[in-house]
Design a protein around this ligand. Sequence first.
Ligand SMILES: Cc1cc2nc3c(=O)[nH]c(=O)nc-3n(C[C@H](O)[C@H](O)[C@H](O)COP(=O)(O)O)c2cc1C
Length: 193
Amino acid sequence: MAYTPKILAFAGSTRSESLNKKLIRVGAEAAREAGAEVTLIDLRDYPLPLYDGDLEARDGLPENGRKLKDLFLANDGLLISSPEYNNSFSAVFKNTIDWVSRPVEGYPPLECFTGKVAGLMSASPGYFGGMRGLFDVRKLLSMIAVDVLPDQVAVPKANTVFNDNGELTDEGIHKRVVALGARLTDTINKLKG
Ligand SMILES: Cc1cc2nc3c(=O)[nH]c(=O)nc-3n(C[C@H](O)[C@H](O)[C@H](O)COP(=O)(O)O)c2cc1C
């Protein structure tokens, strides 16, 4: 029987009108079309305190951190749309990764990241489409043993490319998102299938 790649998809923004949330929906659909089982989550549904070692020593990993850790563990790949804040990733994204990376009894260290394949996207109203932030996302994930695909999609002027239904109206960008979703699915298939 053919293997079905499992992908966890999320944006690094919690904002309700987030451009990256709009983009990740398109990317998630593209990966589904390519044959993946995609779990699309909104980090707003998994609020976490800012990482604090004292808090962790007292209470351990917060429940939402555990839920996210389980989601990372259960999936083969990650599809991420990361906003660019001051040329880097958002605090919400980094805080999520920091909590999920914490060791917990019964979970080998970093197992939830090791060997996962990641596809990266970003959306920004600016001219660079958030691509400068993706350098840091790429570095961060690579250093925790995620295999990050060389291809990525950065969407400039992203405030002009979605209609009121959240559909991506730029055909060229849409094609690139579809290609990324397919590449991610195909790469996982080759590694796992
Ligand atoms: C603190 C902060 C820093 C930002 N820095 C950048 C930046 O360096 N480059 C950029 O293109 N946009 C920057 N922006 C604008 C964001 O790209 C824009 O707010 C975008 O819509 C955020 O993503 P979201 O729509 O998914 O929430 C910044 C926004 C904030 C709030």
